[in-house]
Design a binder for this molecule. Structure first.
Ligand code: PEP
Ligand code: MG
Length: 829
């Protein structure tokens, strides 16, 4: 468990190197951070106990419940002042909570009397705790994160024949264990050291510089992994890798599938079902991809020749991959980067080299080395890792092709064909994409494989895991690929083909019409104004959204400024970001959601004690109200945006009206401090059943209400939105969620307040008519859906939307609601 040490006072954080006293600069008392004080009160940096308090009142040390010991030494040579200017506020042995005042001092008097005011904050028991993150060279407020400590499970030292091995055990904080992305980061960090570095998981041991070896460890969240280091810089290498492993490396829990993921429908004769890897529709002839084995001789002609041949082939493949990585497409570039790491993977190279030394050919040796790793990954049983095996097979084939001169298959495919294959390797897909295929059907594969990600990036409809039945499809057989409902129809009847062609044409026409009318205001067919806005995370999103016709933003997720950093963004930084978003949407409303931290969105510098139920704990506005310093800074940054009122304020995770009142009071005080006469709208998010059922009460004091269907669904259904085990059930089209939405609209509109939806349901085409029928008048969707949402609304009358919504409320399940929506769409063709 890591421990966050918050700053004991306001000031400028700097490294110990800048302390003009060798005792601190040379870490004689331990490692830490120094602060040039701007405040005059030392506060507790964590919950703990006062262990020492010097008689002169200039130094204090505390111990946390976890056992971390921290010394705070105010100024240099201040012991000489014999207590003059220092007022201790606690006693030795006293229990304190983070933020409790410990010592007050006279900043001016001490500054005049002492050589320096610089205040080292030192971890004095380095044998038990290491610093994994620290804030330096930045302004810092009291109680903002200063350091993160990770327990050092004693560096065990062992002697071996070839030197001392030191090791440390780390509990993995990565939500999916070490999969491809974290493995690449660990390798990169390991390459910065000379020492040999290995990771051990149970009886498996892998080179920390080899991504495949790290994958083959088969680690999972919470595993105790041993890091071993040997060599000159072993201590530093061990500390760096252990610290990295103790963090989540920015990985978050798996996202639940989109609320729009349709259920599998019953298959008709001639249809083969599959898992949707990339949504869409396609029709065209099948183009079977047969993947011939590339034959290689087992015996080599001499180790030197085989090594040279392997080296040349690796060079050729590396150049080829690097050229593809430059294609300008981010998803292709990411996959190509992963392949570049494999071609230079030390474990693969060592495996191949050992075989070459034993007399094997380069090709045979490379294939053997790859298959060793595939076997190891398969043995982990981890589905997430197993989906990465196709990358290894891909690298095997590319290298063998380069070695033997065998051309890789698939280049000659007619445009508009549907690729049918047992499986598809990422490099094959990239090569085939040049021929403009219409879709992809795979016997195997997984929805989160690299091929799936590439297909989605290319807008290529794809079904995977279709099973052996796909083998019956012959070359040129006409196919209807429905990656909306999850099946392919083989040799369709003329009537089915015509109906499908009509659906395709309708999609295309709707897309074109939507794009052409993207900039026009949105009204229902009978004239009711519905605002279609976009959810944003940055100014770049805002520019894209504006081009898509967004009429403002119904949700700016301000967390984008706060996550993945060591300290909170300053008022100026926030102001610049909000102003840039407002500037990208001139004259249009921009709703900035206040910091929504906690639950699935932690920030290191906002310490939240470990909670058994984070989704029901400190999150959203509860965190902001507990940290008025952060809240006030954010509100000031929003209020400074010009023109005044361009940015509205929205409060996340409201459960009671009192939370709204507290924010409103603060906003009013800041407006008066800042001499802002104009009113600034303050609205609430409806994400809890409590907010939905008291929407009438909230509407008395809120300027608007916006429903966060992602959280509302989680709380109404009592299903964790990030838990894959219940992901299939987390569908916002569940009648219980729709009833909550209807209830919110009924209660709030009766009080004259508008209700919007900014959760994922606003981006689901099937849900749009229902939401409008329930009384929602603003939708804030993903930017790419804005134009289409406008077009859907334009095709509706309010009365038909209401009738449709009424039927949806009577459905018994989300599946029934979705079936109803499909039927609704059918009748409107
Ligand atoms: C929601 O809960 O629907 C929402 C919009 O907030 P987030 O997804 O950011 O939690
Ligand atoms: Mg939410």
């Amino acid at each position: 468990m890591s421990l966050i040490i918050t700053s004991p006072l306001r000031g400028w954080a700097t490294t110990l190197d800048s302390v003009p006293d060798p005792v601190f600069a040379q870490r004689m008392m331990g490692d830490g951070v120094a602060i040039e004080p701007l405040g005059d009160t030392i506060v507790a940096p964590f919950d703990g106990e006062v262990v020492t308090l010097h008689d002169a009142g200039h130094a204090i040390s505390l111990r946390s419940a976890e056992g971390a010991e921290v010394l705070i030494h105010i100024g240099l040579d201040t012991v000489m002042l014999k207590g003059e200017g220092f007022t201790p506020l606690v006693a030795i042995g006293q229990t304190v909570a983070r933020g409790d005042p410990l010592i007050r001092f006279d900043l001016d008097a001490v500054a005049l009397a002492a050589p320096s005011l610089i205040t080292p904050v030192i971890v004095t028991n380095a044998e038990a705790f290491a610093i994994s993150r620290r804030s330096t060279d930045c302004a810092i407020g009291a109680c903002e994160a200063l350091m993160t400590l990770v327990p050092v499970q004693a560096n065990v030292r062992r002697s071996s024949d070839d030197g001392i091995v030191i090791e440390q055990t780390v509990k993995l904080a990565l939500p999916h264990g070490i999969h491809a992305r974290p493995a690449a980061r660990i390798c990169e960090a390991a390459r910065g050291f000379q020492a040999e570095l290995h990771l051990l998981n149970g009886d498996k041991r892998g080179d920390a510089r080899s991504t495949v070896a790290l994958l083959a460890l088969g680690t999972r969240f919470g595993d105790e992994v041993v890091v071993q280091a040997r060599g000159d810089d072993a201590e530093a290498a061990l500390a760096a890798i252990a610290a990295l492993l103790a963090t989540d490396m920015g990985e978050t829990a798996p996202a639940a599938p989109s609320a729009a993921a349709p259920p599998r429908t019953t298959l008709q004769v001639g249809q083969i079902g599959g898992v949707i890897a990339s949504p869409g529709l396609a029709m065209g002839p099948a183009a079977r991809l047969r993947q011939a084995e590339i034959a290689v001789a087992s015996e080599g002609v001499g180790a030197a020749e085989e090594r040279a041949a392997l080296l040349a082939a690796r060079d050729a493949v590396r150049a080829h991959i690097a050229a593809r990585a430059d294609s300008g497409d981010a998803s292709i570039a990411a996959v190509m980067q992963a392949h570049l790491a494999l071609i230079d993977d030390p474990e693969l190279i060592a495996g191949a080299d050992a075989r070459i030394a034993a007399g094997r050919s380069a090709g045979f040796a490379w294939r053997g080395a790859i298959h060793d790793q595939i076997d190891a990954i398969r043995a982990t049983g981890n589905a997430h890792l197993i989906e990465r095996i196709d990358d290894l097979v891909d690298i095997e084939r590319q290298l063998l092709s380069a070695l033997t001169g065998t051309p890789l298959d698939g280049a000659a495919m007619a445009a508009g064909a549907i690729i049918v294959a047992d499986d598809l390797l990422p490099s094959q897909l990239v090569a085939l994409a040049a021929a403009n295929p219409a879709g992809v059907c795979l016997t195997r594969g997984g929805p989160t494989s690299h091929v799936a990600i590439l297909c989605a990036g290319m807008g290529l409809p794809a079904l995977v895991a279709m099973g052996a039945a796909l083998g019956a499809i012959e070359d040129d057989a006409p196919l209807l690929l429905d990656a909306e409902l999850g099946h392919v129809t083989l040799r369709p009847s003329p009537a089915d083909a015509a109906a499908f062609a009509a659906r395709l044409a309708k999609r295309a026409a709707r897309r074109d019409a939507a794009q052409a009318a993207a900039q026009e205001a949105c009204r229902t067919a009978d004239g009711t104004r519905i605002e279609i806005c976009a959810n944003l995370g940055s100014a770049a999103d805002a520019q894209f959204a504006a081009a898509q016709g967004a009429e403002g933003s119904g949700l700016v997720r301000s967390e984008f400024l706060f996550l993945d950093r060591e300290t909170a963004p300053s008022e100026d930084e926030q102001h610049a970001a909000y102003q840039a978003i407002a500037d990208a949407l001139p004259g249009k409303p921009v709703i900035i959601r206040l910091l929504d931290i906690g639950g699935d969105k932690p920030a290191a510098y906002i310490p939240i004690a470990e909670e058994e139920n984070p989704a029901l704990g400190q999150r959203g506005i509860r965190v902001a109200l507990a940290r008025p310093d952060l809240l006030e800074t954010q509100l000031r940054a929003i209020l400074r945006v010009e023109p005044v009122g361009a940015c509205k304020i929205m409060i996340p995770m409201i459960a009671s009206i009192d939370e709204l009142r507290q924010v409103r009071t603060l906003v009013d005080r800041l407006r008066s401090d800042m001499a802002i006469a104009d009113a600034v709208e303050v609205g609430v998010m409806v994400e809890t059943p409590a907010a939905a059922m008291t929407a009438d009460l909230l509407a008395l004091e809120a300027d608007f209400l916006s429903i966060g269907t992602n959280d509302l669904t989680q709380y109404v259904l009592a299903m964790d939105r990030g838990n894959p085990a219940v992901a299939a059930g987390v569908d916002a089209m569940h009648p219980a969620v729709l009833r909550m939405i209807g209830e919110t609209c009924r209660r709030a509109t009766a009080r004259g307040r508008w209700v919007g939806v900014c959760g994922g349901l606003a981006s689901d085409p099937a849900a749009v008519p229902i939401l409008i029928g329930l009384g929602v008048t603003e939708l804030s969707a993903v930017p790419g859906f804005v134009a289409e949402a406008k077009q859907i609304v334009r095709g509706l009358t309010l009365s038909e939307a209401r009738a449709h919504a009424e039927l949806a409320l009577q459905c018994k399940s989300a599946a029934e609601v979705r079936a109803l929506s499909r039927a609704f769409e059918e009748t409107r063709r």
